[in-house]
Structures are given as structure tokens and as C-alpha cells.
Design a protein around this ligand. Structure first.
Ligand code: COA
Length: 391
């Protein structure tokens, strides 16, 4: 199979929340030794949504700069990937389509398979662009990761959205044809429809993830994929950044390579900067890894990057992308740093209050407190309908 494909990620932009909780504040509340958070799981802080932010406002905020740069004319499909959906029927993407003023001649759909959904969206988008290379697909991956207060998962929450414009002759990354797939029915992480917070069996999820690394890498080889030493770096799904290190060590071991600490650092070290301060953003996480890598690496021109996308339950895919010459002129490095720096720290009590909030379900008219300074906000709910504002 040819490695080359002239379709891929033309632009990538992300957004995160109004507030941030440093792990020192969480540790101060629950008495955890801070080394467990900073070193043990590799997390420094986590993004906390304001009362008037949700997956729609985050998704629209991530996509708006892409629309500003490329216009709407060629976008005939929007795929919204999430596992923290706000409606069982209507796609969150339809609200984003409206907030961004996209054309009515457009299909919009929501996709779900835990943290893997955005990769399915990317691959499906490539299929659509291959059918008609004149079209572009807007992929939005947006999630709020929420676990119960005082549970082990609490330290691995976060929220963010990544938007990617998928097109022919992409300016950033060409996605290659070979892809390794793996599905196994496991209960490592799930969220029944009646629950707001996810349920997770942490140790099970680590071992299910590592199984999926093996399975998808094995299939990738059988599909004619590259050999391990061809890759400049590896973007792993990062429920917490230490997982990228565990996963890469496991892959090296499985592939019969030495598991040298410096080699692992070189392979994944530049993919963790954004996830370490944003926390788990589920579907967006692996692509925040790519954003950090592109923003920080010396020069990746024509170099292949490996992607391991894992979604509990579980589905995984290993695939490769080649970085396009001239990519640096199209990066959003400054805006990315600003999205992180603009967050306001909340203390533990403030975070707890936001965590415990939920929208009223009585069908009445309720406005939400004006907290976000972002461009899009969830203004309230009325007659069970979410009301959004753009400014
Ligand atoms: N200094 C440095 N490291 C420390 C430490 C300290 N003081 N105390 C503990 N650690 C290390 C542990 O050794 C462990 O590292 P290791 O796994 O490399 O051995 C790490 O910190 C975590 O400790 P552990 O006891 O396993 O933590 P936990 O029981 O609180 O669980 C998670 C951690 C990540 C499993 C839990 O937060 C979780 O389930 N998160 C959700 C994960 C998820 O979303 N999965 C689904 C998608 S993939």
C-alpha cells in the first residue's frame, strides 16, 4: 500500500475553558502528595468549564478561527465527535453550524465511541474528500471530562475542543492510507445515559489501552504500515500524560525494541505540553498532542508521525501522518498558548460548585450566570431548549 495520500489536516485550532484548577488545589483538598499528580500521572492543572460553557461553545470557539481563515464555501460536511453529548437526538454540530453561519447545503452529524470518535471522524472525512476533492470537511472534537468528586478519576478531568479542516492538498499533515484497527468489548470506562459523570475502572482502562496498542499496531503492520523506527514522534491519546509514556514503552517492548528512557522522551515528550495543563479532553486529546508537537518540534517537514487513538469500550486505531513542507506558516502556536494562558484559576470551592451545577430539567426559563469571556456562551435553557449566544 502506498504511504502517500494527498488528503489530511489543512488547519487545526483548539479552544479550552474559562477556568482552570491547579492540581495543587486538588491535592490541598484531598491530602494527596503532589508528586502523584505532577509525576505519577503527569498532570499540572485541569480546565474547568464556566456555568455558561459546554461542548457546543467550546466546539464553536475552536472552529471559528478556521472559518475566519478559510471561509465556509467548501464545507459541505460537519462531523462533531463527542462522548459528553448534550442531546440524545440532535447533533451538537447543528448548533455549531448555526453559530458559525455555515451554509445550509451541509450535512451535520455527531459521532460517538468514547475518546476514539474524532479519529473515526477524521477517517470518514478523508473518504468524503477522496470522493470529491473540492469539498472540505470540518471535524470538531469537543468534550467535558467529568468524574465523581473524591473519586480516583477526579484528578484526570479536563475540557477542550479541537477543530480540524480536512481537505485535499493539506497544509499541515497528510494522512496515510495504512491504518491498524482494533476493537474489543471491555468495560473499562462508560457513562450510562442516566449519569452525568463517567464510570471508570482505572487499572482495567490502562491494561485495555495497552492491549489495544498491541492489537492496532499488529494490524497496522499487516496493512503495510511503516516500521517503528521511521517515525519522528508518536501522538497517543492522553487520559493523563503519563499514559503516553506507558503506551510507548509497551509498544517498543511489543515490537522487540529497547525501552530506553531517552528514546521514549524523544518520541512522546513534545506531545504532552497542552494535555498536562488542560487535562483529559477525551476525543480532542490525541489532536491536542499533535498541536503541541507541531508547535514545539524543531522541524518535522516530511517526517512521519504515528497516531494511536484509543476509546474505551474499546476501539483503537494506529495510523500515520506526514508533515507537509511549509507547515510552520500555518500553525496557531500563539493562539494555542493564549487559549491556555487566558484561563482564570479557581480555588477548590469554586471548582466544586461548578462541578455540582447542572441545567434545570423542569422545562422552565433559566438563564445561566454570565461567566465566560469567550465568543460563544450558553445563555440559558427554556422549554428544554438550550439557548446560545455569539458575540
Ligand atoms: N510521587 C510520584 N509518583 C507517585 C506518587 C508520588 N508521591 N504516588 C503515586 N505515584 C504514582 C504511582 O506509582 C502510579 O504510577 P504508575 O502507574 O506508573 O505505577 C501513579 O502515580 C498513579 O497512582 P495510582 O495509585 O495508580 O493512582 P489512582 O489509583 O489514583 O489512579 C488513574 C490513577 C489514572 C488510574 C485514575 O485517575 C483514573 O482512573 N483516571 C481515569 C482514566 C481514564 O479516563 N481512563 C479512560 C480513558 S483511557
Amino acid at each position: 500500500m502506498s504511504h502517500d495520500s494527498a488528503i489530511g489536516i489543512h488547519d487545526l485550532s483548539f479552544a479550552t475553558t474559562e477556568f482552570v484548577l491547579p492540581h495543587t488545589a486538588l491535592a490541598g483538598h484531598n491530602g494527596t502528595e503532589i508528586g502523584k499528580y505532577h509525576i505519577g500521572i503527569g498532570q499540572r492543572s485541569m480546565s474547568v468549564p464556566a456555568a455558561d460553557e459546554d461542548i457546543v461553545t467550546l466546539g464553536a470557539a475552536a472552529a471559528a478561527p478556521i472559518i475566519a481563515r478559510h471561509g465556509t464555501d467548501r464545507i459541505r460536511t460537519v462531523v462533531f465527535a463527542t462522548e459528553s453529548s448534550i442531546d440524545q437526538a440532535k447533533s451538537a454540530g447543528v448548533y455549531v453550524h448555526s453559530l458559525l453561519g455555515l451554509q445550509s447545503a451541509c450535512r451535520v452529524v455527531e459521532l460517538k465511541q468514547a475518546c476514539y470518535g474524532a479519529t473515526a471522524a477524521l477517517q470518514f472525512a478523508i473518504g468524503l474528500v477522496r470522493r470529491d476533492p473540492g469539498q472540505q470537511v470540518l471535524v470538531v472534537a469537543s468534550d467535558v471530562s467529568k468524574y465523581e468528586l473524591d473519586s480516583p478519576g477526579e484528578a484526570t478531568q479536563g475540557a477542550a475542543a479541537v477543530a480540524m479542516l480536512v481537505s485535499a492538498d493539506p497544509a499541515l499533515v497528510r494522512i496515510e492510507n495504512a491504518s491498524g484497527l482494533f476493537t474489543a468489548d471491555v468495560m473499562d470506562f462508560w457513562r450510562p445515559n442516566y449519569r452525568d459523570a463517567a464510570l471508570v475502572d482505572g487499572q482495567e482502562s490502562i491494561s485495555a489501552y495497552l492491549q489495544a496498542v498491541e492489537g492496532s499496531w499488529k494490524d497496522y503492520g499487516e496493512q503495510g504500515g511503516r516500521s517503528l523506527d521511521e517515525f519522528a514522534a508518536f501522538c497517543y491519546h492522553q487520559p493523563f500524560t503519563k499514559m503516553a509514556y506507558k503506551a510507548h514503552r509497551h509498544l517498543l517492548n511489543y515490537a522487540g525494541h529497547d525501552t530506553d528512557k531517552d528514546d521514549i522522551e524523544r518520541a512522546v515528550g513534545q506531545t504532552v505540553a497542552y494535555n498536562a495543563v488542560i487535562g483529559n479532553s477525551y476525543t480532542a486529546s490525541v489532536y491536542l498532542g499533535l498541536a503541541a508537537l507541531l508547535d514545539q518540534a524543531e522541524d518535522l517537514t516530511d517526517r512521519p508521525v504515528g497516531f494511536l487513538s484509543y476509546g474505551s469500550g474499546s476501539v483503537a486505531e494506529f495510523f500515520a501522518g506526514t508533515v507537509v513542507p511549509g507547515y510552520r506558516q500555518h500553525l496557531r502556536s500563539e493562539a494555542n498558548l493564549e487559549a491556555i494562558a487566558r484561563r482564570k484559576p479557581v480555588d477548590y470551592a469554586g471548582y466544586r460548585e461548578l462541578h455540582e451545577r447542572s441545567l434545570p430539567t423542569d422545562g422552565g426559563d433559566h438563564s445561566t450566570p454570565a461567566q465566560t469571556t469567550g465568543r460563544f456562551r450558553l445563555a440559558g435553557i427554556s422549554n428544554h431548549k438550550r439557548l446560545y449566544q455569539a458575540r
